[in-house]
Design a protein. Structure first.
Length: 141
């Protein structure tokens, strides 16, 4: 395993563990497994927990990616942030859909559904960030 892949695994794994931990805390204690009513919209507790955890782990993930994992990128910082946001939103939509499907249709426990969904997202994220968000100048022999 090369250093960049190791850094991606370590930073991404740490951020993923934080995300799952925060999801668990939000779901079980902050939202107390109850629907979050905002007056004009209501969220299932697992959706609210997912969004709460996301608000914390998004900026952490970008900063780790930019300054630890993909340090030799040729892409400007504001473009990296936009591209990172696009990939993360794609994953966010996938996560919401997948968690809802696994919880409501297949009757998985929400934390287990989150773990399964996140695992699937990792490969997509790695390839997208490597070849799109933080791409590097190709080495010409």
């Amino acid at each position: 395993m090369n250093l960049q892949t190791f850094r991606y695994a370590a930073c991404g794994g740490g951020n993923m563990a934080l995300d799952i931990f925060l999801f668990f805390i939000f779901y079980n204690f902050i939202f107390d497994k109850k629907i979050l009513q905002l007056g004009f919209i209501a969220f299932e507790p697992y959706t609210a927990a997912f969004l709460g955890a996301f608000c914390i782990t998004f900026p952490i993930g970008f900063l780790l990616s930019k300054y630890i994992v993909w340090t030799n990128s040729i892409v400007k910082g504001h473009v990296q942030l936009f591209r990172y946001f696009v990939i993360v939103i794609t994953n966010l939509l996938f996560n919401i859909f997948s968690i809802k499907l696994l919880v409501e249709f297949f009757h998985f426990y929400p934390t287990i559904a989150k773990i399964i969904t996140t695992t699937i997202s990792v490969l997509f994220s790695y390839l997208s960030h490597k070849h799109f968000t933080f791409k590097v100048k190709p080495v010409i022999p």
